[in-house]
Design a protein around this ligand. Structure first.
Ligand code: C5J
Length: 221
């Protein structure tokens, strides 16, 4: 039976047999003081603040036995999966692959590339390293989700306007019914988060739906 979640622009029909949670890039380098995000001058406390809500969302999915996908923005150590154009965008000295305070920036296996302890993936959950901003580029995740019959994706993570929005748009284009949990996503720039939410729900939900964590929890309970 479908579960109706109060959401914008209108209630979201969650299909309990076919829904997965996607937690985007809750990695130390974006979230923790002293990491890559911090070194770029961002206020990481904004992102740290959503860790408890994201943990509660993960806990909800674990209790229901629904699948969970964790992503990390991560490149191979030899940068073979990092287009020069992507690398060139960074600040000199703090580009992808350069040495940061938590190891090489956005490189798989480095300390800063690990998901924060409070949200650590558990055995049986899917973890993907994505070389793009979106979760579908060069990851094979579409095939894995399709194999398990997933048609609905609930999104959380950072940053709202970059990797979360890109992933949600990619998912929407592939036919998934997408819901963003607004208190389990954040940006270094409050205006960007607010604008992204408005873009998603505009025109009758052109990219999907947005709901609060409590709306989801109460509807599922
Ligand atoms: C993410 C970024 N995860 N902003 N990355 O949003 O570069």
């Amino acid at each position: 039976m479908l579960i109706s979640i109060p959401a914008r622009p209108y209630p979201y029909s969650l299909d309990p047999q076919h829904t997965a949670l996607v937690v985007i890039d809750m990695q130390r380098d974006f979230i923790e003081p002293g990491g890559f995000g911090d070194s770029l001058g961002n206020d990481v406390r904004r992102l740290e603040a959503i860790v408890p809500a994201t943990a509660a969302l993960i806990d909800l999915f674990r209790r229901q036995g629904w699948p969970i996908v964790h992503t990390r923005e991560a490149h191979q150590p030899d940068l073979s999966d990092c287009p020069p154009a992507k690398r060139a965008r960074g600040k000199p000295g703090l580009r992808i692959g350069d040495e940061g305070s938590m190891g090489r920036i956005l490189i798989a296996g480095e300390p800063g590339n690990q998901i924060v302890d409070a949200l650590a993936p558990r055995e049986g959950e899917i973890v993907i390293d994505k070389p793009g901003k979106g979760m579908f580029h060069a990851t094979g995740i579409n095939e894995r989700l399709r194999e398990t019959g997933i048609t609905h994706l609930v999104f959380a993570g950072v940053t709202t306007e970059v990797c979360v929005q890109t992933s949600m748009r990619e998912a929407n284009d592939r036919g998934y019914e997408c819901l963003l949990v607004e208190d389990a996503t954040e940006s270094y720039f409050p205006a960007f988060k607010a604008a992204t939410i408005e873009m998603i729900v505009a025109q009758g939900g052109i990219v999907g739906w947005v709901a609060t964590l409590s709306a989801l929890v109460h509807a599922v309970a």
